[in-house]
Design a protein around this ligand. Structure first.
Ligand code: OOG
Ligand code: MG
Length: 257
């Protein structure tokens, strides 16, 4: 198996050149999730070398809908940088992506440091606000065809995200398990879900993330943005289409291309 750096470099170039790769595990079937997280971290270091700032993390494959869609049954995490935040209201520049898909998520902004071991209750206590969001994912693998270690190495398909208009303190947002979401494409309802779709409670997903970071000797700093994982399947976004997610109490987030 080549140096992890080389694989991180291949994935990084796939982002900038917008050319999808064949999944790594086809060549290296022994790649473990642990080593894949090493590749992911090296990819983040490449971004930091270019001046990007780490702003938080994202969960992936935390809902049954996503696990079924992607045929991977384990949750994963990736990292978010400031370059991944879209300006609200701007049309998405599809030329920056390979085959983008959009998915609705409940996002957290933490107010205090979170270090393993933590529970969902600790996460809620440390959360400054929750938002609705739309994540844009873009696998660097052909046809989104990957196994668990592949998608981990590819920073959990992270590409960009749009944050919704309402920041609500957790106590005001109500029971996040029951927070409803209506996903529309060109005005028509395509999916509906509630917060419990994500590991029974979106804060449980964030706790899972912090506990996995702990295994790697890392923690979640105060002021981190965390996407808790898609509530529904992801839907492709193509030129001329508009996708919106309307959240109970958290307003509507829209992405158009
Ligand atoms: C992996 C990323 C999954 C989520 O919210 O479940 C993810 C993928 O589907 O390509 O971001
Ligand atoms: Mg996602």
């Amino acid at each position: 198996m080549p140096e992890l750096d080389e694989l991180a470099g291949d994935l990084d170039r796939a982002v900038s050149e917008r050319v999808a790769l064949h999944r790594i595990t086809a060549r290296y079937p022994d790649l473990t999730p642990d080593r894949a997280y090493d590749i992911q971290w090296r990819g983040i270091e490449l971004r930091r070398d270019r001046g990007e700032r780490l702003i938080g993390a994202k969960l992936g494959l935390t809902s049954e809908a996503k696990q079924r869609q992607m045929k991977v049954a384990d949750p994963i995490f990736g990292r978010l940088t400031d370059a991944m935040i879209e300006a609200p209201g701007m049309a998405l520049d599809l030329g920056r992506f390979i085959h983008p898909r959009v998915e609705p998520e409940i996002a957290f902004l933490t107010g205090e440091e979170l270090e393993a071991p933590v529970t969902a209750v600790d996460v809620l206590a440390a959360t400054r606000s929750v938002f609705g969001a739309l994540e844009v994912i873009d696998s660097r693998y052909e046809a989104f065809d990957f196994t668990l270690p592949d998608v981990i190495a590819d920073n959990a398909s992270s590409a960009s995200m749009v944050i919704g208009p309402v920041a609500s303190a957790p106590a005001e947002a109500g029971d996040l398990r029951l927070l409803g979401c209506v996903l529309r494409r060109n005005g028509e309802v395509v999916q509906t879900a509630a917060g419990a779709a994500v590991m029974e409670h979106p804060a449980s997903a964030v706790a899972w993330l912090v506990n996995r970071l702990g295994e790697r000797g890392q923690y979640l700093p105060a002021g981190s943005t965390v996407l808790s994982g898609a509530l529904t399947d992801a839907i492709p976004i193509v030129a001329g289409s508009t996708i919106s997610a309307e959240y109970d109490g958290l307003g509507t987030v829209t992405v158009r291309a």
